[in-house]
Design a protein around this ligand. Structure first.
Ligand code: ATP
Ligand code: FE2
Length: 329
């Protein structure tokens, strides 16, 4: 079985093709970079309409149309206009080649491609990107958000700070570079509320430290140490609550070596395995959408075209999990 997947929840489009053995045959992403700050939802949608056609042509040059058995797309969560273009693209293809269609949850796709690409079997997942910051776990037959940010995502926090200091995009990369040469720890707000964290107060405080002429290296170092400690703390607490034996890190911020190092130390202390998929499968991509489509389809999931209306606040626990064997519950 060969599935094509369309990812388009926010400012990126991705098309991926994967077979039921988990072999990725095509996987390419195009990022929409707005001319001015911030994503305008309508402009992101226009970008999607244009780039999906381009990506689809490239994909079909690698895997011919006749070989595609299933069409999958990101149903949510995400920005309404982006999701609508994604759904429309997938529906048009499904109708024109007369093959089944499946809409999948974006966050769960991150977890499932991570499991495919690492040795993780049933991990507690820390998903950290520009738009999301969540601790996810499969418990009680559902994927549940055990902890999350109460305001902005970690990637967004790093990017906003970087922009404030005139660093190029993507900000997280440059914050990490500066942080390597920081040696003074500046105290910043540390906000953990039970299983959740808050980052906006930390962001404001870090910007103020920069404005008051603290060394940028020291502010970046302190911002990373503080925010990553918060992430590590809620992940550690989630481990205790869920009794999982593995931790997996996914999302664009998973590229950060200091975050990996801190989680690695915590996992060693807790005696659990730690996994990070390779970069291509950490960030948003089409292959992860195609893979979750395959898992659901092979386990009996069918969707009518009428079921393919985007769900912008599609929570992980709304998904009926039919692909994880009973003994893993
Ligand atoms: P999603 O739609 O899942 O929220 P996204 O659109 O934010 O994803 P990703 O590629 O998953 O896309 O993540 C991008 C984020 O990762 C940006 O905020 C960027 O600054 C951050 N990032 C990239 N590299 C690093 C790094 N080395 N350290 C910290 N953050 C990083
Ligand atoms: Fe994502």
């Amino acid at each position: 079985l060969i599935c094509i997947g369309f990812e388009g929840t926010a400012e990126k489009t991705g098309v991926g093709i994967i077979n039921s053995k988990g072999e990725v045959l095509f996987n390419k992403t195009i990022i929409y970079t707005p001319p001015v700050q911030g994503i305008h939802p309508r402009e992101a949608a226009d970008h999607h309409a244009e780039t999906f056609v381009k990506l689809l042509k490239e994909a079909l040059a690698v895997v011919p149309l006749e070989k595609i058995d299933l069409v999958s797309f990101s149903l949510g969560p995400g920005l309404g206009p982006s999701l609508r273009v994604t759904a429309t693209t997938a529906r048009a293809l499904s109708l024109s080649i007369n093959k089944p269609i499946i809409g999948v949850n974006h966050c769960i796709s991150h977890v499932e491609i991570g499991k495919l690409k690492t040795d993780a079997v049933d991990p507690l997942t820390l998903y950290v990107s520009g738009g999301n910051t969540q601790v996810l776990a499969y418990t009680g037959k559902k994927y549940r958000v055990i902890g999350e940010t109460l305001d902005i995502a970690i990637g967004n926090c790093l990017d906003q700070f970087a922009r404030h200091c005139n660093m190029p995009h993507p900000g997280g990369v440059y914050v990490e570079k500066y942080a390597k040469n920081g040696n003074k720890f500046i105290k910043l707000p540390y906000t953990v509320k039970g299983m959740d964290i808050s980052l906006s107060g930390l962001l404001t405080a870090a910007m103020k430290k920069y404005d008051s002429k603290e060394r940028i290296e020291d502010v970046c170092h302190s911002l990373q140490e503080t925010s990553f400690s918060m992430l590590t703390e809620i992940t550690e607490r989630a481990l205790a609550h869920t009794n999982k034996a593995e931790v997996m890190l996914v999302g664009g911020v998973a590229a950060n070596n200091r975050l990996k190092e801190m989680l690695n130390v915590m996992c060693a202390e807790q005696n659990v395995d730690f996994y990070v998929p390779e970069r291509e499968f950490c960030g948003d991509n089409g292959a992860m959408i195609a893979w979750l489509g395959i898992l659901q389809y092979l386990n009996g999931k069918r969707m009518d075209l009428n079921d393919t209306k985007p769900i912008s606040n599609y929570r992980s626990d709304m998904v009926e999990v039919n692909w994880i064997p009973e003994e893993n519950n």
